[in-house]
Design a protein around this ligand. Sequence first.
Ligand SMILES: [Zn+2]
Length: 457
Amino acid sequence: MQWKHSLFLLVFVASACSTTRDIEPITTASAAMGPTPPSRPAIACSDGTSTIDSDFEGAAMAGCQVVGRGHYRLLIRQEDQKVTNCSAWYAFRVQAAEPAEVVVDLDYERCGHRYLPKIWVSDATSVQCEVGDAELEKDTRITRFVARQRTSCGTGASDVPSREAAWQQISPERFIVTGRGEGEIAQARLAIKAMPVPQIISSQELFLPADYDAWLSSLEAISDVTRSTLGRSLEGRAIESISFGGGGNSPREQLVVVGRQHPPEVTGAFALTAFTERLLEDDPLAQAFRARFETTIVPLLNPDGVARGHWRHSRGERDLNRDWGPFTQPETRLLRDKLEAIEIDPTRELRFFIDFHSTGYDVLYTLDKELVTNPAGFTDAWVTDYQARLPGYEVTEQPGHNPDSPVSKAWVYERFGVPTMTYEVGDETDRDLIRKIGRAAAEATMETMLNHHVTDE
Ligand SMILES: [Zn+2]
């Protein structure tokens, strides 16, 4: 098998910590599902038995040191000195010629630990066949992801899990956070069973530009969905949008949705995908909505930051959601231009704008209650409808507005006077619940937009 050959080559060349421009990347067991190369210098180190590296998209570690046999120390550092937000993102790959216990210390230069580690195995089927379900059960807290990936051994390619399905959370007894005190270096320690198949350990599930591409392709297959490229990021990655609905109405009323201004905010991305898919279903509510409204969705505004494993910034070293006003970055300018084009087009009228993010818990940042929007009373009706769709779930709303704040929600309201919302999803919110609330948000959006008519402008 080719990965074995590559692994031995890697171990031979990288006997100590070094950058790896001249080292062959590890070939994954499942090339179709394998990670793509990173866009910043990869790092690898090896104790001669196991190997740790960052040679794939979304990876992030600033240094790697072999402390002893089976013991590594990884330096976790933000992408540039101007980052002040504490979304300490890490993602690395572990592999060994023979199964081996490995201890990995994550040393945080600042901020400390935030994300519970998730594990992705490149070929989960073969791992389960190798170690057996019982052993896997002992080693990892089985989550919904595993429930979906369960396959019997040797049942063929059709049972290979999707990338999303293969993520598991690390078990609590294999993970500890230490050194959080004042002046201490924050540290998290993980115990990992390295195996011949590569495993990726990551802050959150990797949801990369290639995954968006696949997702957009699946939506494109739906009639009425138009996929287009708004432009390019600073590093030349496509910033794409899909639009659908509106028919021959005039004016074509508009819903505009954006996601992933902040690279680590994967749970917001999961909500955005569920939201989008709900709008595209074929029930009477979605049909009525699409008949009247045109929707434009820009799911990935910061593809460079996502590909490079950034904590916060774009490739231009800016927080994109603090750039609404200055518009120093190509990414924010593209979406501003899209919104401005709607404004000057006499056949189109912007009605509602939502920006998907992640934070410590689920919360809706809505506009201050004193503000007048057109249509009036929209946000209260939206929140009431949303809450009614989620019995047993408590919706948290935090209204506010600062007209000078360079965030999308404030800028779009100031510029167009329409209702705007920042939809925040908790980092560790249950993934099935995220789908549920994302769908409920879509239903609340459709119902409220259908029931509210604007006054003359
Ligand atoms: Zn954010």
